[in-house]
Ligand binder design. Sequence first.
Ligand code: PHE
Length: 340
Amino acid sequence: MLRHTLEELQVSGLEKIQQAATRDELERARVELLGRKGSLAQISKQLPSLPPEERAQVGYLLNTLKETLERAYQERKAQLEELELRQRLEREWVDLTLPAAGPRPGSLHPITQVQQELEDLFISMGFTVLSGPEVETEYNNFDALNIPPEHPARDMQDTFWVEGGFLLRTHTSPVQIRGMQQLGLPLRMVAPGRVFRNEEVDAAHEHTFYQLEGMMIDRDVSVAHLIYFMKTMLSAIYHQEVTIRLRPGYFPFVEPGFELDVRCLICGGRGCPVCKYVGWSEQLGCGLVHPNVLRMSGIDPDEWNGFAFGLGLTRLAMMRYGIDDIRWLQSGDLRFLQQF
Ligand code: PHE
C-alpha cells in the first residue's frame, strides 16, 4: 500500500520539481515534498507502525525516493539559476565598444552670445566695457540724465521703486554717468546689462530685458561719427552691410536725438510681414550727448562733446535668431536653449 503511494509520489514529485518555473516555485515544491512537514516526512512517521520486514523495505524505498527528489531539486535549481543569470546578462548588457556619452556640452544664452560679440567688437574699436548696478539711484537713472522730477519722460519708463529712494534701473543710461565719473576724457565706453520696467508681459514686452549702452566723448564729435559707429555695429551683428536711416527721436539726455532704423534684412525694403510692410526696422535710440548731461557730470560742453546710444539686446537677439516671443528668453526651457 505504502509502496504504491511512494511510487505515485515519485512521479508527481519529480514533475513538480522539474516544472517549477521560478526559484520560488521550486522552493515551494521542496518544502512540500522534502520539508520537515512535507510528504516524505509524513510517510516516515508511519514507519514504526509497520511490520519489521515491510518497514525495512519501505524505509529503503523512502530513502531512495528522497535522494531522487533531492537530486532533481539540485538539478532544477542549477537550471533556474543559469536561466536567471542569462536573463540578467541580457538585460544588463552594455556595449563597451560604443563611444562614451561624455559631458553634455552646454551653450551660451542667445542674449549672452550677442552681448559678447558686441563687447569684442567695441573693445577692438578702443571702447571700455563697463557695468553698473541694477539697483540704481534716482539721480543716476533720471536727474543726471537731464530728466528732472515731474518731467513727463519719467512716466514713459514705468519704474520699479525700491525702498530708500533707490530703483531698478529702467535703462543702461545711468552707466553713462558712472563712466563719466570713472574714466578720464576722452572716453569710449559700452555698458551691457539688465534693465527693468513695470510692464504688462506679453509676446513683445518683458519687465526684465537687456540693453547695451554706448558713449563716446571727445573733441568735435559729430552725427557723422555716430552714424559710422552705428553702421559698423549693425553690419557686424547682422553679418552684412546694412543701410540705416535716422528719424528724430526724443530722449532728454541727447540733442539732437534719433531713432535709428535698419533697412529690412528680409525684404530689402520692399515691405514684408517681418517689417510690417514698412521696409525698415527700428533698432535703437541715439543722439549727441546733451550739454546739460555733460555739465552735470563736470564736463565743459564748449570743450567736449559726444554721442550716446542705447540698444535693446533682447530685441536684437530675437531678430537675429527669429525668436517670435520674448518670453522664451527667460523661460529656462531647455528645448528652447539647446537650439543655440
Ligand atoms: N535709454 C534709452 C532707452 O532706454 C535709449 C537711449 C540711450 C537713447 C542713449 C539715446 C541715447 O530708451
